[in-house]
Write a protein that binds this ligand. Sequence first.
Ligand code: ACO
Length: 331
Amino acid sequence: MSTATTRAGITALGAYAPERVVTNEDLERLMDTSDEWITTRTGIRRRHVSADDEFTSDLAFRAVDDLIRRHGAGVLDGVDLVIVATNTPDALFPATAALVQDHYGLKAAAFDLLAGCTGWVYALAAAKAFVESGQSRRVLAIGAEALTKVLDWNDRATAVLFGDGAGASIVEAVEMPFGFASMVIGADGSGGKHLHKGSLGRCLPDGTPLGEHLYMNGREVFKFAVRVMDTATVQAIAEAGLTNDDISLFVPHQANLRIIDAARERLRLPPERVVVTVDEYGNSSTASVPLALAHALDTGRLVDGDTILLVSFGAGLTWASSVLTWGGGRG
Ligand code: ACO
């Protein structure tokens, strides 16, 4: 529970990217595209693609296995809520989170959360609220995504952009100054027509037809992303009572290097304070921010006590941002 000296924070992290790697050169052989077009427009060089028999729950399990490998088997002790943020659940129901709860034998509640690529940061917001209200003590917040399974591989405008992966985190009470200093979440459903994939309905309420594959109006999403990365980061820093200079590491959603660079320039942050993994993973949706955090940890760029800025955006349209001080776990 949140007290005058405690608040929710992330105390453990794990991540997983599928073994199969598809390079831009591989895509050149599949469709009318080029490494030059993809790298100059997006910064993407490779993406990790799930095996044919590897689904979102499998990716989530591998991320939790990595969490255990990094932090020890006790890392799941006392977990009483599992949230899986995903746009590609194995089934409409049961929730993928329930599959995770069963796989690890947890005595925990479980639900999925759908908020486009923003899902994992939304899951952090939910976990924070559950912990600080006293409803939950330890939340396993996962982002797991197999978007390559819903792509139209004949649509070069979207097929080159996405990859698969998963990240898993523990959110629980930590002593200040560790933990979340701010949390911003938002949505503008009028932009739903720009990024969608059908399920049961044939169209959105505004008449936009829904198909079996991911559809994206790249230009509209690009404009939205640049705008919201700016406003959401400024808001998260202000609500934390900090300035840009206090941010030791900026960890944005990895969709497009041009979008990341635009946000970095608006924030006047030097390149060494920004984590970029879009070259390696493409846009892995809800896995993108935790994969970037894991990369920062593995390369020694993120250490306990760092003040970091997270921001994400995605289908909905949705966005979320947060400033937090990393660490504060039991070690
Ligand atoms: N290879 C070669 N040419 C291509 C490709 C490709 N893979 N894809 C499109 N083109 C062509 C187009 O056909 C077009 O040709 P034309 O001018 O002859 O019509 C030309 O390249 C330019 O296309 P644009 O769409 O204008 O390219 P743009 O510079 O806007 O870049 C991109 C496209 C990369 C998709 C960009 O708009 C973007 O990044 N948008 C944001 C995407 C994003 O962030 N999505 C996050 C989603 S989060 C979630 O919840 C899933």
